[in-house]
Design a protein around this ligand. Structure first.
Ligand SMILES: Nc1nc2c(ncn2[C@@H]2O[C@H](COP(=O)(O)OP(=O)(O)OP(=O)(O)O)[C@@H](O)[C@H]2O)c(=O)[nH]1
Ligand SMILES: [Mg+2]
Length: 733
């Protein structure tokens, strides 16, 4: 029952074989845009645009009925619609409680899905890899278990409202009842078992959940190891995120040249992260880009939680490319939804502000796409000219506003290319000094060039692929072009709002690059902006900007860097004194005192600021305390000073350890010398000092407790070195 073979939800399997006919029921109180999205979700699930019915009016907002969500009259009307349309399933475009869902299923005689269930079912259909299937099943389980109690409490006690299919909870077994035409036949014969059946189901859920979590933990570990290996290669990691269907996979395909990422005009086409290498134009270095599952507003928390392993590619990335579909009137809400999910994933506001580049995609889909592109070309040229002339003060209002924006907005376009020859001098100059007037002029100039295409767009109801590839017109210098287009009234309200700084919250103004991925426009500018941003971001992380072999986890904190630097100064002094003491060039008592001073200062440093060491400050403190005790004896018996110097040799090895993480460029040679010195000093010399100490300390003149203290402390240091060796091995593996 809990065997190795995996069976995804039988409903999903059936749906994949022949997509079920769906009826979308839209509560009239919900906005029209929500209906459009519901239809797209329905289309993604059923493979065809579903029929829909709106219940209630937007004007009359009534409280949802706790029993059936819709009022009694509405349910009757809905039943009539269901009889007319004969759908296999009904999708209510709202969140439903377990009781509402079950009562509606009874009333309509059909399985009823709410928004969360539908999204989970779409995920279930799309899950291809083992990782995705595990994650989807976990989400299904969480969803099912959250309604288990309520459903059973409300039931007559004669039957449970859910069933089990093999090892898995059937999420909406009532759907299955509807499908089979039976009112009691939950999968696995769950009927009639009462409370004990409930307990059994609960236990099965818990067991399966535990199993899934174990499987996913393994997935996470594997992903973490793979990520660490990629980071070791020194290649920056860039994650593409965005609302579903915004064009993320298209962008990855376009930037990487790979044609196998999987672009589809349906919601949640992508579930699994796909990685591709992309060359950065200026440095010629590679970055790793990852495409991942799209987000949606009110993304079920079960899915966010379940997809954590996948979404860690996002949280661990150096940079995020946030793709926005500017052709959607809902672009602002979609942007907020994505930011909301990113925050739920644990990204802080500061990380969002620092690590995001926005991609304003589907520019070609704007109603006046050609004119916008022309205005942008004119504005961009103006900005360039303006920059080179140093005449910022003379610029028009719109251009000033653009300069205020931190964003760099770029559009390249074929129609723009046509206008560029003319606009380069005339249009550009006009935009520079004329603000909105110039934009109109530029738009008018471009209008002639783009007329033919506009006609095509009207004919086909959509933008068409241009015959020629566009030339890139504007570099990532300013958003004046789009501002000019906005001033000329060429932008839809949503894009205008995107541009306005009041919407782009004061502190949140990521660099933005306008693109039409479908037409290959704006991609060069995007890559340049990505490279700029990465350079800025990785400046403090040299192991990423320079190819090195340094381990990934070396994003050092300020505290560690300061402590390391102090040690890089102190340890060579101590090490040299130790060598001088060993060779007899310096009094061993002086060495001992210097050693004690160093250990004491470092002890208090770590005590007061535990973050000064990358890990395990407590062990470091114990180590220092024990060393401190050991060093007391040479103060009482100067003849033991030579042994102090022998112990002190270990500080050269410590110096190499610190240098290794502080100079990642030299990681390989430093690492080699570190290990060459590690074994003779820590593994051979330290234990070997034990019999030497014993021989010395059993001579007359030493108190028994002095012998015991030295032997004990030296033994502790031997154990510490052993632990250190094992920990290093583990880390390397
Ligand atoms: N007009 C136009 N369509 C685009 C553009 N970029 C992508 N598309 C189309 O948008 C649809 C969705 O593209 P995808 O790349 O699959 O979108 P996605 O963000 O990966 O979607 P999910 O994986 O479902 O979240 C496809 O039909 C693409 O051809 C663009 O710049 N302009
Ligand atoms: Mg995709």
């Amino acid at each position: 029952m809990h065997g190795a073979t995996y069976h995804s939800s039988p409903l999903a399997a059936a749906a994949a074989a022949s997509p079920p006919r769906l009826l979308v029921v839209h509560p009239g109180s919900q906005p029209e845009a929500s209906l459009q999205e519901a239809l797209r979700l329905g289309e993604s699930y059923a493979g065809q645009l579903p029929a829909h019915v709106t219940m209630g009016s937007a004007a009359r907002r009534q409280r949802p009925s706790p029993a059936t969500f819709f009022g009694r009259g509405q349910v009757e009307a809905l039943l009539a619609q269901v009889h007319a349309a004969e759908p296999e399933r009904v999708f209510v475009n709202h969140a439903l409680s377990g009781v509402q869902q079950r009562n509606l299923e009874r009333a309509l005689g059909r399985p009823v899905l709410d928004r969360v269930a539908l999204i989970i079912e779409i995920f279930s259909q799309r899950a291809r890899t083992n990782e995705a299937r595990l994650q989807v099943e976990l989400a299904q389980l969480e969803y099912a278990s959250s309604r288990l109690v309520r459903v059973v409490d409300a039931a007559s006690g004669r039957r449970t409202a859910f069933g089990m299919t093999g090892h898995m909870v059937e999420v909406v077994s009532a759907r299955e009842r509807g499908r089979s035409g039976s009112s009691t036949g939950g999968l696995g014969g769950a009927g009639g078992q009462g409370e004990s059946e409930l307990q059994l189901q609960r236990r099965r859920i818990t067991d399966r959940r535990r199993q899934l979590l174990r499987g996913l933990e393994q997935v996470r570990k594997t992903r973490a190891v793979q990520r660490a290996a990629r980071q070791r290669s020194g290649k920056p990691q860039v994650a593409i995120v965005g609302y579903t269907n915004a064009g993320k996979s298209s962008l990855l395909e376009a930037l990487s040249g790979a044609g196998d990422v999987g672009v589809e005009d349906r919601l949640f086409a992508t579930l699994d992260p796909t990685l591709r290498r992309v060359m950065l134009p200026r440095s010629g270095k590679d970055a790793i880009l990852s495409d991942t599952v799209g987000f949606i507003s009110n993304l079920p928390t079960q899915l966010i939680e379940a997809f954590r392993a996948t979404l860690e590619e996002v949280t661990e990335a150096d940079l995020l490319l946030h793709v926005l579909d500017v052709s959607s009137p809902q672009v602002l809400a979609q942007r907020q939804a994505v930011l909301h999910v990113l925050r739920e994933l644990g990204l802080t506001q500061q990380q969002l502000e620092e690590r995001v580049v926005e991609v304003w995609n589907k520019m070609d889909q704007l109603p006046a796409a050609a004119d916008v592109a022309a205005a942008v070309a004119a504005g961009g040229a103006a900005a360039e000219e303006q920059a080179s002339d140093g005449e910022a003060a003379a610029a028009g209002h719109e251009v000033e506003a653009a300069a205020d924006e931190a964003a760099a907005v770029v559009v390249a376009g074929q129609e723009v290319a046509a206008a560029a020859g003319e606009a380069g001098a005339g249009g550009g100059g006009a935009a520079c000094t004329g603000g909105a007037g110039a934009a109109e002029e530029a738009a008018a100039m471009a209008a002639a060039g783009s007329k033919q295409q506009q006609q095509q767009q009207q004919q086909h109801g959509t933008a068409t692929q241009p015959a020629e590839q566009p030339a890139s017109l504007v570099d990532a210098a300013g958003s004046s072009g789009l501002h000019a287009a906005a001033a000329a009234g060429l932008l839809p309200p949503a894009v205008e709002a995107l541009l306005r700084s009041d919407v782009r919250a004061a502190s949140y103004r990521p660099t933005a690059v306008a693109t039409s991925v479908l037409r290959g426009q704006g991609l060069a500018e995007l890559l340049a902006a990505v490279e700029d941003k990465l350079e800025g971001l990785l400046a403090g992380r040299p192991q990423l900007s320079a190819k090195s072999q340094a381990p990934a986890a070396f994003a050092l904190s300020r505290e560690v860097i300061m402590h390391d630097r102090a040690n890089l100064l102190a340890l060579p002094v101590i090490g040299t004194l130790v060598l001088a003491g060993l060779f007899g060039w310096c009094d061993t008592m002086l060495v001992t005192k210097a050693f004690i001073l160093y250990i004491a200062v470092d002890f208090f440093w770590v005590l007061l600021e535990p973050k000064a060491v990358p890990s395990k400050p407590r062990i470091i403190l114990w180590h220092h305390f024990i060393t401190f005790l050991l060093l007391q004896l040479p103060l009482r018996h100067p003849q033991l000073g030579l042994y102090t110097c022998m112990d002190g040799l270990v500080e050269w090895n410590t110096l190499l350890l610190i240098a290794r993480r502080q100079f990642p460029r030299w990681y390989r040679p430093l690492n080699a010398v570190y290990w060459v010195t590690f074994y003779p000093v820590r593994v051979v010399l330290f234990p070997a000092l034990m019999p030497l100490f014993w021989r010395e300390l059993t001579k007359p003149g030493y108190a028994w407790w002095e012998t015991a203290a030295v032997m004990l402390t030296q033994a502790c240091l031997v154990v510490f070195n052993g632990w250190f060796l094992v920990a290093s091995w583990k880390r390397r593996r």
